[in-house]
Design a protein around this ligand. Structure first.
Ligand code: BTN
Length: 319
Protein backbone atom coordinates (compact mmCIF):
# COMPACT_ATOMS: atom_id res chain seq x y z
CA UNK A 1 0.00 0.00 0.00
CA UNK A 2 1.22 3.46 -0.86
CA UNK A 3 0.25 6.71 0.91
CA UNK A 4 -1.64 7.64 -2.30
CA UNK A 5 -3.72 4.46 -2.24
CA UNK A 6 -4.50 5.12 1.41
CA UNK A 7 -5.67 8.66 0.58
CA UNK A 8 -7.84 7.21 -2.18
CA UNK A 9 -9.27 4.64 0.21
CA UNK A 10 -10.24 7.44 2.62
CA UNK A 11 -12.18 9.13 -0.21
CA UNK A 12 -13.90 5.90 -1.25
CA UNK A 13 -14.81 4.76 2.24
CA UNK A 14 -18.12 6.67 2.14
CA UNK A 15 -19.43 4.03 -0.30
CA UNK A 16 -20.38 6.60 -2.96
CA UNK A 17 -19.10 6.78 -6.52
CA UNK A 18 -16.16 9.13 -7.10
CA UNK A 19 -14.90 9.74 -10.61
CA UNK A 20 -11.23 9.12 -11.34
CA UNK A 21 -11.00 12.74 -12.44
CA UNK A 22 -12.39 14.10 -9.14
CA UNK A 23 -10.14 11.88 -7.05
CA UNK A 24 -7.12 12.89 -9.13
CA UNK A 25 -8.01 16.58 -8.68
CA UNK A 26 -8.53 16.23 -4.91
CA UNK A 27 -5.24 14.39 -4.44
CA UNK A 28 -3.39 16.50 -7.00
CA UNK A 29 -2.12 13.59 -9.09
CA UNK A 30 -2.74 12.20 -12.57
CA UNK A 31 -5.65 9.92 -13.47
CA UNK A 32 -3.14 7.21 -14.33
CA UNK A 33 -1.85 7.38 -10.73
CA UNK A 34 -5.42 6.95 -9.49
CA UNK A 35 -5.86 3.93 -11.74
CA UNK A 36 -2.65 2.41 -10.26
CA UNK A 37 -3.74 3.27 -6.71
CA UNK A 38 -7.04 1.42 -7.34
CA UNK A 39 -5.07 -1.64 -8.47
CA UNK A 40 -2.97 -1.41 -5.30
CA UNK A 41 -6.14 -1.35 -3.19
CA UNK A 42 -7.46 -4.44 -4.95
CA UNK A 43 -4.13 -6.23 -4.53
CA UNK A 44 -4.33 -5.47 -0.79
CA UNK A 45 -7.64 -7.35 -0.64
CA UNK A 46 -10.15 -4.50 -0.90
CA UNK A 47 -13.24 -4.90 -3.05
CA UNK A 48 -13.59 -1.83 -5.26
CA UNK A 49 -16.33 -1.36 -7.87
CA UNK A 50 -15.26 0.43 -11.05
CA UNK A 51 -18.03 1.50 -13.39
CA UNK A 52 -17.30 3.25 -16.64
CA UNK A 53 -18.75 6.77 -16.57
CA UNK A 54 -19.32 6.74 -12.78
CA UNK A 55 -15.91 6.00 -11.32
CA UNK A 56 -14.86 4.04 -8.25
CA UNK A 57 -16.57 3.12 -5.02
CA UNK A 58 -16.30 0.66 -2.19
CA UNK A 59 -19.32 -1.58 -1.95
CA UNK A 60 -19.35 -1.39 1.86
CA UNK A 61 -18.53 1.65 3.99
CA UNK A 62 -15.41 1.56 6.13
CA UNK A 63 -15.23 3.05 9.61
CA UNK A 64 -11.76 4.46 10.25
CA UNK A 65 -10.19 4.20 13.65
CA UNK A 66 -10.70 7.47 15.49
CA UNK A 67 -8.50 8.11 18.53
CA UNK A 68 -10.80 10.76 20.03
CA UNK A 69 -13.85 8.52 19.72
CA UNK A 70 -12.05 5.50 21.20
CA UNK A 71 -10.70 7.47 24.16
CA UNK A 72 -14.02 9.08 24.97
CA UNK A 73 -15.88 5.75 24.75
CA UNK A 74 -13.20 3.86 26.69
CA UNK A 75 -12.86 6.54 29.35
CA UNK A 76 -9.48 5.11 30.22
CA UNK A 77 -6.03 6.60 30.65
CA UNK A 78 -4.41 4.60 27.82
CA UNK A 79 -1.92 6.23 25.51
CA UNK A 80 -3.10 5.35 22.00
CA UNK A 81 -1.35 5.84 18.70
CA UNK A 82 -3.10 4.98 15.45
CA UNK A 83 -1.16 4.53 12.23
CA UNK A 84 -2.21 3.79 8.66
CA UNK A 85 0.57 1.32 7.84
CA UNK A 86 3.06 -0.45 10.05
CA UNK A 87 4.90 -3.76 9.80
CA UNK A 88 3.36 -5.16 12.98
CA UNK A 89 1.95 -3.39 16.02
CA UNK A 90 3.59 -6.04 18.25
CA UNK A 91 6.98 -5.46 16.59
CA UNK A 92 6.59 -1.70 17.05
CA UNK A 93 6.00 -2.00 20.81
CA UNK A 94 8.82 -4.53 21.19
CA UNK A 95 11.19 -2.13 19.40
CA UNK A 96 10.01 0.82 21.48
CA UNK A 97 10.32 -1.12 24.72
CA UNK A 98 6.85 0.33 25.14
CA UNK A 99 5.94 2.20 28.29
CA UNK A 100 3.23 0.63 30.49
CA UNK A 101 -0.21 1.00 28.93
CA UNK A 102 0.95 2.28 25.52
CA UNK A 103 -1.22 1.10 22.64
CA UNK A 104 -0.43 1.03 18.94
CA UNK A 105 -3.25 0.29 16.49
CA UNK A 106 -2.93 0.10 12.72
CA UNK A 107 -5.28 0.24 9.75
CA UNK A 108 -2.90 -2.12 7.97
CA UNK A 109 0.07 -4.31 8.92
CA UNK A 110 2.54 -5.35 6.26
CA UNK A 111 3.96 -8.14 8.43
CA UNK A 112 1.19 -9.00 10.89
CA UNK A 113 2.34 -11.95 12.95
CA UNK A 114 0.52 -14.83 14.61
CA UNK A 115 1.52 -17.61 16.96
CA UNK A 116 4.08 -20.22 15.91
CA UNK A 117 5.61 -18.04 13.20
CA UNK A 118 2.38 -17.80 11.24
CA UNK A 119 1.26 -14.64 9.42
CA UNK A 120 -1.81 -12.63 10.35
CA UNK A 121 -3.72 -11.53 7.25
CA UNK A 122 -6.17 -8.63 6.89
CA UNK A 123 -7.01 -5.99 4.31
CA UNK A 124 -6.59 -2.29 5.18
CA UNK A 125 -9.37 -1.37 7.63
CA UNK A 126 -10.66 -4.96 7.48
CA UNK A 127 -9.68 -5.87 11.02
CA UNK A 128 -9.12 -4.36 14.42
CA UNK A 129 -5.40 -4.85 14.93
CA UNK A 130 -3.62 -3.41 17.93
CA UNK A 131 -1.08 -4.14 20.63
CA UNK A 132 -0.70 -2.98 24.19
CA UNK A 133 2.39 -2.94 26.32
CA UNK A 134 1.87 -3.99 29.95
CA UNK A 135 4.46 -4.17 32.71
CA UNK A 136 4.20 -6.88 35.35
CA UNK A 137 6.29 -6.98 38.50
CA UNK A 138 6.46 -10.76 38.33
CA UNK A 139 8.61 -12.96 36.09
CA UNK A 140 7.90 -14.45 32.68
CA UNK A 141 6.85 -17.82 34.17
CA UNK A 142 3.92 -16.12 35.90
CA UNK A 143 2.57 -14.94 32.53
CA UNK A 144 1.91 -18.42 31.11
CA UNK A 145 -1.88 -18.06 31.39
CA UNK A 146 -1.98 -14.45 30.22
CA UNK A 147 -3.26 -15.14 26.69
CA UNK A 148 -6.16 -17.11 28.18
CA UNK A 149 -6.99 -14.25 30.57
CA UNK A 150 -6.93 -11.82 27.63
CA UNK A 151 -9.31 -14.19 25.81
CA UNK A 152 -11.73 -13.88 28.73
CA UNK A 153 -11.49 -10.07 28.54
CA UNK A 154 -12.32 -10.26 24.81
CA UNK A 155 -15.39 -12.44 25.44
CA UNK A 156 -16.57 -10.00 28.12
CA UNK A 157 -16.10 -7.07 25.73
CA UNK A 158 -18.05 -8.85 22.99
CA UNK A 159 -20.88 -9.45 25.44
CA UNK A 160 -21.02 -5.76 26.41
CA UNK A 161 -21.52 -5.10 22.67
CA UNK A 162 -24.39 -7.66 22.61
CA UNK A 163 -22.37 -10.15 20.57
CA UNK A 164 -23.33 -13.57 21.86
CA UNK A 165 -22.15 -17.07 20.93
CA UNK A 166 -18.43 -16.32 21.19
CA UNK A 167 -16.17 -19.10 22.42
CA UNK A 168 -12.46 -19.59 23.01
CA UNK A 169 -9.96 -22.09 21.69
CA UNK A 170 -6.87 -22.90 23.70
CA UNK A 171 -4.59 -21.08 23.95
CA UNK A 172 -5.17 -17.87 22.03
CA UNK A 173 -8.11 -17.89 19.61
CA UNK A 174 -11.58 -16.46 19.81
CA UNK A 175 -14.19 -18.38 17.80
CA UNK A 176 -17.71 -18.09 16.52
CA UNK A 177 -19.31 -21.36 15.46
CA UNK A 178 -15.88 -23.05 15.52
CA UNK A 179 -14.53 -20.48 13.04
CA UNK A 180 -11.68 -18.18 14.04
CA UNK A 181 -12.80 -14.60 14.62
CA UNK A 182 -9.75 -13.29 16.48
CA UNK A 183 -6.27 -14.21 17.64
CA UNK A 184 -4.00 -13.10 20.46
CA UNK A 185 -0.20 -12.96 20.27
CA UNK A 186 1.71 -12.31 23.49
CA UNK A 187 5.44 -11.64 23.42
CA UNK A 188 7.35 -11.13 26.64
CA UNK A 189 10.52 -9.19 27.40
CA UNK A 190 12.26 -9.26 30.77
CA UNK A 191 13.71 -11.50 33.44
CA UNK A 192 12.49 -14.88 34.57
CA UNK A 193 12.15 -13.36 38.04
CA UNK A 194 10.63 -10.09 36.85
CA UNK A 195 9.82 -7.41 36.14
CA UNK A 196 8.57 -8.22 32.65
CA UNK A 197 6.86 -6.33 29.86
CA UNK A 198 4.24 -8.21 27.88
CA UNK A 199 3.29 -6.99 24.43
CA UNK A 200 -0.26 -8.18 23.94
CA UNK A 201 -1.35 -8.16 20.29
CA UNK A 202 -4.96 -8.64 19.29
CA UNK A 203 -6.37 -9.07 15.79
CA UNK A 204 -10.13 -9.29 15.18
CA UNK A 205 -11.55 -9.98 11.71
CA UNK A 206 -14.15 -7.38 10.79
CA UNK A 207 -14.39 -7.86 7.04
CA UNK A 208 -12.55 -10.66 5.26
CA UNK A 209 -12.44 -10.25 1.50
CA UNK A 210 -12.16 -13.25 -0.81
CA UNK A 211 -8.56 -12.30 -1.53
CA UNK A 212 -7.60 -12.26 2.15
CA UNK A 213 -9.40 -15.57 2.78
CA UNK A 214 -7.27 -17.19 0.03
CA UNK A 215 -4.22 -16.71 2.28
CA UNK A 216 -5.74 -18.31 5.37
CA UNK A 217 -5.59 -22.07 5.78
CA UNK A 218 -8.17 -22.51 8.54
CA UNK A 219 -11.88 -21.94 9.10
CA UNK A 220 -12.30 -18.20 9.65
CA UNK A 221 -15.15 -15.77 10.07
CA UNK A 222 -15.52 -12.01 10.26
CA UNK A 223 -17.67 -9.93 12.55
CA UNK A 224 -19.75 -8.63 9.64
CA UNK A 225 -20.97 -12.21 8.98
CA UNK A 226 -22.17 -12.72 12.55
CA UNK A 227 -25.82 -11.92 13.17
CA UNK A 228 -25.56 -9.16 15.77
CA UNK A 229 -25.92 -5.40 16.16
CA UNK A 230 -22.63 -4.47 14.48
CA UNK A 231 -20.70 -2.37 17.00
CA UNK A 232 -18.16 -0.80 14.63
CA UNK A 233 -14.41 -0.90 15.17
CA UNK A 234 -14.14 2.17 17.42
CA UNK A 235 -16.89 1.05 19.81
CA UNK A 236 -15.56 -2.50 20.02
CA UNK A 237 -12.01 -1.23 20.52
CA UNK A 238 -13.20 0.95 23.43
CA UNK A 239 -15.15 -1.94 24.96
CA UNK A 240 -12.05 -4.16 24.78
CA UNK A 241 -9.87 -1.51 26.42
CA UNK A 242 -12.37 -1.13 29.26
CA UNK A 243 -12.32 -4.89 29.88
CA UNK A 244 -8.58 -5.28 29.38
CA UNK A 245 -7.70 -2.67 31.97
CA UNK A 246 -9.58 -4.54 34.72
CA UNK A 247 -8.49 -7.97 33.49
CA UNK A 248 -4.78 -7.12 33.40
CA UNK A 249 -4.94 -5.69 36.91
CA UNK A 250 -6.78 -8.81 38.11
CA UNK A 251 -4.18 -11.02 36.41
CA UNK A 252 -1.33 -9.18 38.15
CA UNK A 253 -2.98 -9.82 41.50
CA UNK A 254 -4.48 -13.28 41.10
CA UNK A 255 -2.84 -14.80 38.02
CA UNK A 256 -4.81 -17.03 35.65
CA UNK A 257 -6.62 -18.71 38.56
CA UNK A 258 -8.91 -15.66 38.73
CA UNK A 259 -10.08 -16.44 35.16
CA UNK A 260 -9.91 -20.22 35.05
CA UNK A 261 -13.59 -21.00 35.63
CA UNK A 262 -14.84 -18.38 33.17
CA UNK A 263 -12.29 -19.45 30.57
CA UNK A 264 -13.32 -23.12 30.87
CA UNK A 265 -16.99 -22.19 30.53
CA UNK A 266 -16.19 -20.63 27.16
CA UNK A 267 -13.78 -23.25 25.82
CA UNK A 268 -15.22 -24.56 22.55
CA UNK A 269 -13.43 -27.90 23.03
CA UNK A 270 -14.11 -28.53 26.72
CA UNK A 271 -14.75 -32.27 27.23
CA UNK A 272 -14.35 -32.83 23.48
CA UNK A 273 -11.92 -35.11 21.61
CA UNK A 274 -8.91 -33.24 20.21
CA UNK A 275 -5.49 -33.81 18.67
CA UNK A 276 -2.48 -31.94 20.03
CA UNK A 277 0.37 -31.45 17.61
CA UNK A 278 3.67 -31.28 19.50
CA UNK A 279 6.87 -29.51 18.35
CA UNK A 280 8.41 -32.93 17.59
CA UNK A 281 5.60 -33.54 15.07
CA UNK A 282 4.12 -36.18 17.37
CA UNK A 283 0.36 -36.07 17.87
CA UNK A 284 -1.41 -36.80 21.17
CA UNK A 285 -5.09 -37.60 21.10
CA UNK A 286 -7.43 -37.25 24.04
CA UNK A 287 -10.38 -35.55 25.65
CA UNK A 288 -10.00 -32.03 27.00
CA UNK A 289 -10.41 -32.19 30.79
CA UNK A 290 -9.83 -28.51 31.55
CA UNK A 291 -6.92 -26.14 32.13
CA UNK A 292 -4.46 -25.90 35.00
CA UNK A 293 -3.96 -22.80 37.18
CA UNK A 294 -1.00 -21.95 34.92
CA UNK A 295 -3.12 -22.11 31.76
CA UNK A 296 -1.84 -25.51 30.58
CA UNK A 297 -4.41 -27.64 28.78
CA UNK A 298 -5.23 -30.93 30.48
CA UNK A 299 -5.85 -33.87 28.19
CA UNK A 300 -7.14 -37.31 29.18
CA UNK A 301 -5.27 -39.75 26.94
CA UNK A 302 -4.67 -43.49 26.79
CA UNK A 303 -1.48 -42.72 28.80
CA UNK A 304 -3.40 -40.89 31.52
CA UNK A 305 -3.88 -37.14 32.09
CA UNK A 306 -1.27 -34.99 30.35
CA UNK A 307 -0.67 -31.22 30.64
CA UNK A 308 0.57 -29.11 27.73
CA UNK A 309 1.77 -25.52 27.93
CA UNK A 310 1.10 -23.26 24.98
CA UNK A 311 4.71 -23.08 23.64
CA UNK A 312 4.63 -24.51 20.17
CA UNK A 313 1.68 -26.85 20.69
CA UNK A 314 -1.42 -26.60 18.51
CA UNK A 315 -4.87 -27.99 19.12
CA UNK A 316 -7.26 -29.37 16.51
CA UNK A 317 -10.75 -30.77 17.02
CA UNK A 318 -10.69 -34.52 16.38
CA UNK A 319 -14.18 -34.98 15.03
C1 BTN B 1 -2.73 -15.79 16.13
O1 BTN B 1 -3.84 -15.97 15.65
O2 BTN B 1 -1.86 -16.68 16.12
C2 BTN B 1 -2.43 -14.47 16.77
C3 BTN B 1 -2.77 -13.33 15.84
C4 BTN B 1 -2.42 -12.00 16.45
C5 BTN B 1 -2.55 -10.89 15.45
C6 BTN B 1 -2.34 -9.55 16.09
S1 BTN B 1 -2.78 -8.24 15.01
C7 BTN B 1 -2.06 -7.09 16.10
C8 BTN B 1 -0.77 -7.70 16.61
N1 BTN B 1 0.32 -7.45 15.71
C9 BTN B 1 0.77 -8.56 15.15
O3 BTN B 1 1.71 -8.62 14.33
N2 BTN B 1 0.08 -9.62 15.60
C10 BTN B 1 -0.92 -9.23 16.54
Amino acid sequence: MTPLSFSMLRILSDCRFHSGEDIAKTLDVSRASICNAAKTLEAAGLEIDRIRGRGYRMSKALEWLDRGKILSLAGSPFEIEICDIIDSTNSELLRANGPHGRIVAAEMQTNGRGRMGRAWHASPGGALTFSISWRFDRGAGFLSGLSLAVGVALVRAMKTCDIEGISLKWPNDMLYSFHKLAGILIEVKGDMLGPTTAVIGIGINFRLSGKVRENIDQAVIDLESIPCRQPGRNALFAAILRELEGALDAFETGGFEAFRQEWTAHHAYHMKPVRMKLPSGKVEEGIVAGVSERGEILLDTARGRLAFSSGEVSLRGAS
